[in-house]
Design a protein around this ligand. Sequence first.
Ligand code: ADP
Ligand code: ASP
Ligand code: MG
Length: 437
Amino acid sequence: MSNVIRVFKFGGASVKNAEGVKNVASIVEKFKDSRLVIVVSAMGKTTDALEKVAAAHAAKTGEAKQLLDGVKAAHYQIMDELFDQGDPVYDAVNDLFVAAEWVLDEEPHPNYDFMYDQLIPTGELVSSTIVAAYFNKMGLKTQWVDARDVIATDDIYREAWVQWDETKANVANKVRPLLEKDSMVLTQGFIGSTKENYTTTLGREGSDYTAAILSFCLDAEDMTIWKDVPGVLTADPRVFDNVTKLDRLSYREAIEMTYYGAKVIHPKTIKPLQNKSIPLYVKSFINPENDGTFIGPDVEDHYPPMVAIERNQALLNISTRDFSFVAEHHMRYLFNQIAEHRLQVNLMQNTAISFAICVNHIDDRIFRFAKSIEKDFKVIMDYEGLELITVRHYTPQVIEMLRNGKIIMVEERTKNTIQMVAKEVPLMKRKPVAEMA
Ligand code: ADP
Ligand code: ASP
Ligand code: MG
């Protein structure tokens, strides 16, 4: 076995059913000469389903247990296709669901985000238990590691920040020694734990980030994310036709596109890899022998136009009540409040007496923010059907195509990037095609 450490991340789509788990094992088999660390997500749409369980529990609708039973049944069906009855994996998985039921047996915790983080990780824990058991059954020697013993975080539930020093020490003490043995390490993406041993999550789609954290701490040779697409494409194929695969992408391009909504990689993934020049490959689990996309240091390159769309946007127009300029002292105050309320700002624009920001519309934070500044500022909010369209390396034709049927509320251009906050034109207001000619 070589000393090369490689980190693989398999997302929900790759392990959505028994066929998927078998396919993942067949991919891993081809790389078994490397020291592999494998990060897996919850199976298929399990996280969405568990979010419904958490919401039902919090709202006391009485349906939480039944919804959890549905999640359980889906996993048992997958296990029935992979294992003989009586295999110890059934007990292990059952224990994980019992722990989830305990959360539901209690009164809903007043801190929703805390309760969420005690329940939702069940998806990753169960998935990794099934996949590790299947690998071992197929003769791929695998050690299951609880990511909560490795990824140390603060206690900002649902958006936890990694505590790097502790995490590095944990990787050195608990993961590296396992790799020295002749086996693979398999763990969960997306989850970590606080100093007090409470489970945390790193934000939706955070499994990519887990893989990058481990790659960084292990000085991995490379990291590969296995996807249901051939690699990073010029836009989301679910939204656009005529997309093409990018063979090579710089860390810079990747971070810009993913930050503004290219859902193919979690935006936090790039930094740890860039900091240690670890290459990232995005490859297809359907055609694993194909090249995919290589993401690495900057090179002189000519990029085609690349489009990212971020939905659920809110546009906040903030103006002073007394007609004074939005000057430095106002800015300092507003930025403090923005940070305080954890608004994620995607775009900003200011005039003499107003300041506009486009932010991700998450829970009720924009309302809390507006309330906090209402004494000095008037805030006009728009959050119905707004999306942020970002195009890198734009051309007039691409902009024209994207504007079609949309009202552009705010636009900002630099040499390489255009960003537009857009809203669908209500159907009745669109001009008939003949009139546009
Ligand atoms: P995972 O199984 O790892 O969770 P996701 O479903 O989260 O995978 O991400 C893969 C999906 O991302 C693809 O199926 C594709 O529809 C979408 N996607 C969005 N933007 C892009 C892009 N620029 N390139 C490739 N895929 C993209
Ligand atoms: N299962 C989690 C989610 O769906 C994390 C991940 O898949 O990356 O958000
Ligand atoms: Mg995903």
